[in-house]
Write a protein that binds this ligand. Sequence first.
Ligand SMILES: Nc1ncnc2c1ncn2[C@@H]1O[C@H](COP(=O)(O)OP(=O)(O)O)[C@@H](O)[C@H]1O
Ligand SMILES: [Mg+2]
Length: 264
Amino acid sequence: MTLVSLSVKALTVEFSDAGYKVRPLNGLSFDCGDGQLVVLLGPSGCGKTTLLSCLAGLLKPTSGSIWFNDSEVSGLRGPALSAYRRQTVGVVFQAFGLIPSLNALSNVSVRLRRPGVSRSVARERAMALLAQVGLDGLAGHRPGQLSYGQQQKVALARALVYDPPLILVDEPTAHLDFIEVEGILRLLRALAAPGRTVVVATHDQRISRLADKAGREMLISRGAALYGLRLAIRSLGDLPVTKLLPGPRPAAAAGPDTRGTARR
Ligand SMILES: Nc1ncnc2c1ncn2[C@@H]1O[C@H](COP(=O)(O)OP(=O)(O)O)[C@@H](O)[C@H]1O
Ligand SMILES: [Mg+2]
């Protein structure tokens, strides 16, 4: 088993929007290691989704770099980038991205369908993943017949098809009630095991509170304040606690932010 490590170095993302510059990430640096569940906690608009998009290889940062194990994610191109997106990283977007006309099983197995993988093998693997997230009894249901929490779990099962060592989850508790939140958190905690790192972006304080109540992990918060983005790293078992390196204070943006970004 390979130990995983994720390193974000001086990451800056600047968007141009109607002639104005918006810089949600400005010199963000942090490291996290094997088996860790990293919680990115910050208010809406502080740059969490932007950061996850960079980690997923979907968005190129303006400057800085992201390293996953020995590979510079921010420098990947072409087939190497495609392979990273497909196999190294599993992403659960806030909107889930499920296909409404397909049932839960097909929504998961469709990611596995490619030359050389038979339909029955894909379905068997998808069924095992649905069982892992506790949804095997609902495999025949379409997204519209499932609660938000159940849809979230289908999206999680779909993200796991290639057993990725890096899992990114954006706002997992949006729209969920208290009971569903606990179910999702239990799953995410179980996924953050040796050989894997899980990064969760949220503005929901319940994530920290519930995790604390479970009392199995120690919360280390160094309050790396970058446009209100706080990072908390949960270290499982005896794994070493990773240090957070606060980046420089954000420079004044080149123009006013007209998008109502919440910044603290
Ligand atoms: N493609 C884009 N073009 C211009 N501005 C963007 C773009 N994506 C995000 N932003 C802006 O960047 C800031 C951070 O957005 P986001 O990462 O979605 O925040 P969060 O996920 O923390 O709510 C916001 O001000 C948002 O409007
Ligand atoms: Mg977001």
